[in-house]
Design a binder for this molecule. Structure first.
Ligand code: MCA
Ligand code: AMP
Length: 499
């Protein structure tokens, strides 16, 4: 591990501060954000975000309607400048999920792009349009907030119940981004391309705040498409971030797309995360481009924990070594005895400690307490082994009721609850099964209320998409006469296999 001095400075974006102090200096003219044909330099971003920061400075918390647009990036930067916690909302959230997030996080303001229609769940909030047409002068930002103060509240699914809000302090954002800069030799000269959503850690913290902290720039694709990746990498972008589904789609496209292969070959760094990238996709990409994708491992609650380093050996199937400042251990089944072996085969739960961690689950003290050991290690629930040289290989998850589909974490329980609200469903169980594109796909096992006219897969998919979110919809539905249960009446999910 290389030494790193952790900068806990509350100034998250030195390049923005510099552009604000010297609007005519060279730093102010450097590109910061590109979304399609819309872009802002650091000077323009300072001039746009600082008046917005002044307007939200008195708000307790703000909700950001996190469309994949310039407005979302500007709104989140403004909230960070003001020291006001922001709750990024998935604009495709269904009514119950959105209702839960809004009542749980209790924002006082909703920020959205002009002209966007907001759903009824946000109707009670004061609305503020995000104006990106930079005014002429930038206002001074409000005073420097405490590094421990909350920066973002990001909602993440658990095995049961509705999503929990992970409170992420400024200190965690600064340290995780600086640790990644060390691991990836990430500088202000880098130009990042990605098409990730902006309401999760990967797309928002790594993908937008990361380049801004370095004084570099990001080119967001609006939506992920291999053609956009090829275009941006051939026009000067140096890094690509994506979830495994995106790299899988790249691997599928490469044989028929020499321009994509050429563009990827030019990239300085191709990074995958949020779920495991299958070795087969690693190998197909390496063969077609001569470049190896590197993986990093993180979690909403911990931001980033490990990565294959830019100056290290890329090794498919591993997530590399702990990042500077992050303590990582594997523990035995009791959750407290450390596994000492570095033998590539002794499995333990990953636990982490360090300045990258969240503070708490909002309004959930018991859930927060349960997530940590007595001596402050966060229990990730991920199972792993360590190679002799410290490389971590994730081999599974403790909870079978958590599904990773397209890089999204989805709890089986929240989908079961939604399915049970459908009048055609008497009983429901949800599992994940392997899917070449999504990693895992959501499978619903239902006992219909009327076996003569069971609800169709489309009907149930729409029902779940409307209540929760489209990525939580079941892709496959099996009808059963009864769910397999043990003597205690508990559903035996392992018995749910189809022939
Ligand atoms: C389909 N759609 C529907 C329905 N069916 N809409 C409403 N009702 C329905 N019944 C719509 C979808 O909204 C979507 O719309 C389109 O049809 C296709 O849907 P889907 O198949 O789900 O999308 P996809 O194209 O297959 O998406 C693949 C994807 C996506 C692009 C890879 O899964 C994705 O963006 N994943 C990223 C997840 C992520 O960022 N995870 C990070 C969290 P439309 O076409 O308009 O979109 S993890 C994290 O942050 C930690 C810290 C970490 O380690 O990174
Ligand atoms: P989330 O709760 O959506 O932030 O997802 C966090 C989870 O994603 C982790 O607990 C891991 O299970 C998984 N994850 C993230 N990155 C990787 C990776 N590179 N390889 C395997 N799993 C990963």
């Amino acid at each position: 591990m290389s030494p790193l001095s952790l900068d806990l400075s509350p100034d998250l974006f030195p390049a923005l501060t510099e552009a604000q102090a010297d609007p005519d200096g060279p730093g102010a003219h450097r590109p910061a954000l590109h979304f399609g044909d819309r872009s802002l330099t650091y000077g323009e971003l300072a001039a746009t975000a600082s008046p917005l920061a002044a307007r939200v400075a008195e708000a307790g918390r703000i909700a950001v309607w996190a469309t994949p647009t310039l407005e979302t990036a500007v709104a989140v930067v403004a909230a960070l400048l003001a020291g006001v916690p922001a709750v990024p909302l998935n604009p495709k959230s269904g009514e119950s999920e959105l209702g839960h997030i809004v009542s749980d996080s209790a924002p006082t303001l909703a920020l959205a792009a002009p002209g966007t229609q907001l759903p009824p769940a946000l109707a009670a909030l004061e609305r503020l349009d995000i104006d990106t047409s930079a005014p002429t002068t930038s206002l001074p930002s409000p005073g420097a907030p405490d590094p421990e103060s909350p920066a973002l509240i990001v909602y993440t699914s658990g095995t049961t119940g509705p999503p929990k809000g992970a409170v992420i302090p400024r200190r965690a954002i600064a340290t995780t981004l600086d640790a990644l800069a060390d691991a990836w030799q990430w500088t202000g000269d880098d130009v990042l391309v990605h098409g990730l959503p902006l309401f999760h850690v990967h797309g928002l913290i790594l993908g937008i705040l990361g380049p801004l902290r370095r004084g570099g720039s990001v080119r967001h694709l609006g939506r992920f498409e291999t053609a956009g990746v090829a275009r941006e990498l051939s026009e000067g972008a140096t890094m690509l971030f994506g979830v495994p589904t995106m790299y899988h789609r790249i691997a599928e496209t490469l044989p028929d797309d020499p321009a994509l292969a050429k563009a990827l070959a030019r990239a300085r760094l191709l990074v995958s995360g949020s779920a495991a990238l299958p070795v087969h996709d690693h190998e197909r990409i390496a063969q077609a481009t001569g470049r190896r994708v590197i993986e990093r491992y993180g979690m909403t609650e911990t931001l980033m924990n490990t990565s294959v380093r830019a100056d290290g050996e890329p090794r498919a199937g591993t997530v590399g070594v702990p990042l500077p400042g992050v303590e990582l251990r594997l523990t035995e089944e009791d959750g407290t005895t450390a596994v000492e072996a570095y033998d590539g085969e002794t499995v333990g739960e990953i636990q982490v400690r360090g300045p990258n961690l969240f503070t708490e689950y909002l309004n959930r003290p018991e859930a927060t307490a349960a997530a940590f050991t007595e001596d402050g290690w966060f229990r990730t629930g991920d199972m792993a082994v360590r190679d002799p040289d410290g490389y971590v290989r994730i081999v599974g998850r403790k909870a079978t009721d958590l599904i990773k589909s397209g890089g999204y974490k989805i709890g089986a329980g929240e989908i079961e609850n939604a399915l049970l609200e459908h009048p055609g469903v008497r009983e429901a169980a949800v599992t994940g099964e392997p899917d070449a594109d999504l990693g895992e796909r959501i499978v619903a096992w239902i006992v219909p209320a009327d076996s003569q006219s069971p609800p169709t897969v489309d009907e149930l998919a729409d029902h779940v998409a409307r209540r929760l979110a489209p990525h939580k919809r079941p892709r496959v539905v099996h009808h059963l006469d009864a769910l397999p249960r043990n003597d205690m009446g508990k559903i035996m999910k392992r018995a749910l296999t189809h022939d």
